[in-house]
Design a protein around this ligand. Structure first.
Ligand SMILES: *Cc1c(COP(=O)(O)O)cnc(C)c1O
Ligand code: SF4
Length: 446
């Protein structure tokens, strides 16, 4: 573990190293509109700005990748220019956003599009109600960037060669059914406004959703979820209309003793630069708290040093490290998943290294809809077979949920079992019987 963590955030005009942006001034680069207009949305666009820095081999690899990924390419110049273009395949930002064909693995046999069964807990067209006192509002399916590992790849990020989607933009007329459900359910105290990404909501939508929710007496907490703060911090420093709309909701919330905050998604310390520092300062000045939710990703942030640096840097800019998710079991990103054992080891090693409130909780969002479970709370775990069992007494009492490690990371004896379906099913049946027996004796919360 690194004992000394430098906060040497990128402050130079780093984007000028990208041939197509060599002449871009600091003012232009710092403008969210410029960032939007110059976003990378295709291989051709990437080749256009990189010129000869994108080798023919890499270009071929990306073309191959596009035939396997459920996510389109979408990347802000802010992040694209942070990638080490001499070796983008191993770059922690490159790996998150670009589909390098040579990296893909076969999907896990139990990977499914809607791994968390969000559709099963959908109570209104844009609303998922899984937990007793909180709900998830998905008002749109677009984001400022498209992550190769998106858990909502069935909805977000546009159709690709292998995945057709019905994506939708924000349509305020359509949200009335969602608000009606929330009004009729006083037990819901907490609403996550996600998507897609709240950064793509227009200021009037930010404000009308926020005010509508703050005015419901039983709603005590709102979270706007956006990767924008990480992927285009210029949104906060230069989109005054958007920030003012958010601030008005936050002020209205404060007067009513309600929390209005922002949840963002940073995965490696390199995503945090002086632009993030400036964005954070603006939110701090407005009294808006930020929390961070990361995904544990293979080859991105699955080493202790990288995760520790991330947490220290998040703490520095006051994005409270809240959650680190085990990667969901969705198709097209097996090469980015890790094992439960990796998360257990990392979480254990991080405990005590910094302020307790800045040590993130590592969670497994239980496949099938059990909700987020603290990783140490698994009922049992077979590391050879790569399967863990989870219960969720406060959410779905009596049910068991199973998470599977990526097969390629199992010991050879475990990989052999997965090659033989009969043997695999036998071992799984034994494991599930064991899981049912260790689950006995847990209480439930009414
Ligand atoms: C993550 C999530 C929430 C919020 O859960 P917290 O544990 O409060 O962060 C709410 N609803 C759904 C469906 C979620 O996936
Ligand atoms: S920002 Fe979030 S919702 Fe959008 S593509 Fe990335 S992970 Fe998916």
């Amino acid at each position: 573990m690194a004992t000394h963590v430098p906060y040497a955030f990128v402050t130079d005009e780093y984007w000028r190293n990208v041939p197509g942006w060599a002449g871009v001034s600091r003012d232009e680069f710092g403008n969210h509109r410029w960032q939007d207009r110059h976003g990378i949305t295709s291989i051709e666009g990437l080749a256009g700005v990189l010129g000869s820095r994108l080798s023919p081999g890499l270009l071929q690899d990306l073309k191959h990748g596009l035939t396997r990924t459920p996510m389109r390419i979408r990347l802000t110049p802010y992040l694209a220019a942070l990638i080490d273009w001499s070796n983008p395949i191993d770059d922690p930002i490159g790996r998150q956003f670009l589909p390098f064909g040579s990296r893909f693995l076969d999907n896990h046999p139990f990977a499914v599009d809607d791994s968390l069964n969000e559709d099963g807990d959908r109570v209104a067209p844009f609303l998922v109600h899984r937990y007793p006192d909180r709900a998830l509002f998905l008002p749109l399916t677009v984001c400022p960037v498209y992550c190769a590992f998106c858990t909502r790849s069935r909805l977000v990020g546009g159709s690709t060669a292998i995945k057709a989607k019905e994506t939708y933009g924000a349509s305020p007329e359509a949200w009335e059914a969602t608000f009606a459900y929330l009004r009729a359910h006083p037990e819901i105290e907490d609403v996550v406004i996600s998507g897609g990404d709240a950064a793509m909501l227009r200021p009037d939508a930010i404000e009308s959703i926020g005010r509508t929710l703050v005015e419901m007496p039983h709603i005590r907490r709102l979270r706007y979820a956006t990767r924008g703060l990480a992927a285009i911090p210029m949104k906060i420093t230069s989109d005054d209309a958007w920030v003012r709309a958010l601030a008005r909701v936050s002020d209205a919330g404060r007067r009513a003793m309600k929390e209005v905050c922002v949840h963002t998604h940073v995965n490696v310390g390199a995503e945090i630069t002086e632009w993030t520092v400036a964005a954070s300062q603006r939110l701090i000045d407005l009294g808006i708290r930020v929390r961070n939710q990361s995904v544990l990703l293979r080859g991105v942030n699955d080493t202790l040093d990288v995760m520790h640096q991330l947490i220290k840097r998040l703490s520095y800019v006051q994005f409270q490290p809240y959650l680190v998710y085990l990667h969901d079991m969705v198709p097209g990103c097996e090469h980015l998943r890790t094992r439960l054992s990796d998360a257990l080891g990392m979480s254990k090693a991080l405990l005590g290294t910094t302020a307790g409130f800045n040590v993130p909780r590592f969670v497994c969002d239980a496949p099938g809809g059990g909700g987020k479970r603290e990783i140490f709370s698994h009922e049992c775990y077979d590391r050879e077979l790569g399967v863990s069992a989870w219960s969720a007494p406060g959410v779905k009492p009596g049910h068991l949920f199973y998470y599977f490690d990526p097969v390629d990371l199992l010991p050879e004896s475990g990989r052999r079992i997965w090659r033989e379906p009969c043997e695999r099913d036998k071992r799984l049946a034994t494991f599930k019987a064991l899981a049912r027996s260790c689950q006995n004796g847990h209480g439930t919360v009414a």
